[in-house]
Design a protein around this ligand. Sequence first.
Ligand code: 26Q
Length: 811
Amino acid sequence: MVSVDKKSFKLAYINKFLELHGIDLKEGNNQQKYEALAGLIRDYVSRMWLKTNKKNNKSGQKQVYYFSMEFLMGRLLGDALLNLGIRDICKEALSELNIPLEELENLEHDQGLGNGGLGRLAACFLDSMASLNIPGNGCGIRYKYGFFEQKIVDGKQVEVSDDWLKEGNAWEMRKANKSEIVKFGGEVKVDYINNNLTFTHVNYEPVLAIPYDTPIVGYDNDVVNTLRLWSAEAVSNEFDFSSFSRGDFLKAIEYKNSIESISQVLYPEDSFYKGKILRLKQQYFFVSAGIQSIIRHFKKYGGNIEELDEKIAIHINDTHPTLAIPEIMRILVDEEGLDWNVAWRITTNTVSYTNHTILAEALEKWPIDMFKSLLPRIYMIVEEINKRYCEELWNRFQGQWQKISDMSIIADGQVKMAHLAIVGSHSVNGVAKLHTEILKKKEMSNFYYLYPNKFNNKTNGITHRRWLLKSNPKLTNLLKDTIGDSFIKHPTDLNNFQKYLSDDSVLEKLSRIKLENKKRLASTILKNQKIEVDPYSIFDVQVKRIHAYKRQILNCLRIMDLYNSLIDNPDKDIESRTFIFAGKAAPGYYLAKNTIELINSIAKTINNDSRVNNKIKVVFMENYNVSLAEQIIPGTDLSEQISTTTKEASGTSNMKFMMNGAVTIATLDGANIEIKDEVTDENIVIFGLTADEVLSYYRSGGYNSSEIYNSDIRVKRVVDDLVSGRYNPDKDRFRSIYENLVNYNDEFFVLKDFDSYVKAQNKIDMLYKDERRWQKMCGQNIAHSGIFSSDRTIEQYATGIWGSEVIYKNL
Ligand code: 26Q
């Protein structure tokens, strides 16, 4: 904890401002004031950071490294203030200087180095590891440009590059003295020296990997862990930059740019694999730099390389960092001279892997030629791993050639990263119960049969510090006033809130808090989208990546249906609703971009139809990111979790919404199932096909979407309106959505689930009418959300996978 009083904080702040800017505070602008505040907080953090590092170097405690291509951190100042326990002091000190803290906080650019769920999960995990006093560090890429910024122009998504470093980054520290060299291309020279085969990588292209470290502050425990992100630079002596010859100079610049392109930009696809060589370069770049620096550090502090697996755990976030496996083998065998079998035991005991998707189109498979020419030595190692592994398969599955070829790491001219990840790690986990079951019984059943003990479930979680304490201070205060503050360190204590749900005054307060959060959201909507919405209407929210399987289209069709029924019967007794959407589409994903356009067309039509009498409104909020989510989620009444059952591995916004007292309407998919089990059927509204039904349709057929289209008059009407010109003067604008639903048999069962969804929505209306009952449902959701804190998840990883001690006490 930082112990500082208001007076000394104020003084320290004024001094920091002067030190940084050399002018009087009164003359400074808000950006300068923000920089001074961030700088001051960083000073506080630095001392604890040093202390944590010293302790780690000395203690010999197991270190966890979480390798991820994505870390979706959002803003860091508010988080640091909260976890240091000085937010109130800071706020008061600044307000005495006439500086509103929130305004400074809002100046910070979101650190958006991730696409969505997987990247945000990594960020929540870092927060939980630090807060649980687990020596756990992140390793990733310092993209110069993060996830693109979304602008909506004429209803369509336009991508703008995210220049997040433009104003500098107060939180990172460049550590040039800790750089590593990563080698690409070239050839491998094989020699036989002293009875040993040796492998020398020659004619390679060296790339300098420079680490930038960001402190990760634990909650009230003096722990500061590290997120290390690598940036690519040209090795400076490769070309003589001072050359007078113009031709050489330009060549040198070109060369420099081509090297720096490795860490230039985050790929914005989150569900579709494309075999781009730059992506493979990114993967090896950060994995190799990370592994080299871990082993260098380990040895520097006296570690015995043969005990690496006892002291280090390396976790790979999906298959993107799978090259960690052959890279560790390369270092152990080629550089440390260990015997292959010993090295393999150490490597597999060190690495563990999480799978986040079963969508076939997202699986990473690299063409052999590309892999081999970019990473010649790594390819040889993968071949050797595969050779030995296939021998094991031949012994286990004699004569079953098809099975062996299906399970091989290298087959059909490709390197299959998921296979390498399973074979080269000691643990494979899914991210929700249903997802893990599907991995075991279906998607990875061959591997489960071979390695039953590797497979396990770790249901996702979210950090309640950011998603409740920070984003919803009003609700947090109500909770503190009723159940006390033990839930902060023990989130399942939120359960105690149940007792208060028969107290009308508590329900009344809950309802008032929601209203205030909705008003705040309404003013953001007015400011950003220029649409006025009624905070007394139901705020019905679907915010997430735009994807066919997440079924924003189902939500759209139901809104179109509701609109029809209001036009048919203007006196229809419905609760007023505001439908709020937000989310980004991958730039090359036509259907997703078209879905955004559809939502905006529906919004334009309905919002401007006076017959609707403002009973329903539709809003698409631009540029969904972590900071916007922090505003939207506390102001939500109804959380839409309507993916096609079996397709959403877990979902994590579902957990954020329930923690903030929204009621969920959901299919029995991903973690929705576990949410339902926690809150019971009375406090959630479930609809749609079950997993067994969906799997059976996929396996045996039997679904015919055009039958539904032709037999359900409401369905026909809304689907026809996609191409009738009612929502867009260009009748063909949404033709492909129409075709997918009617003529391509509706892969995601939108029409099949439509009726059940409409009924579920009607039930929501009915429930909302009974105000007291509704507030109780919201309260039950809050009370049962503690189990979805990522502290629970991380504790399970730590004890069940990493073998790290979990020590709660302070340093
Ligand atoms: C792979 C290869 C090439 C280019 C991009 C990719 C790529 C990048 C990101 C593939 C997938 C992702 C991200 C996936 C993701 O976010 N999955 C989500 O993970 C969440 C956390 O576990 C789950 O809650 C969601 O259900 C899951 O969709």
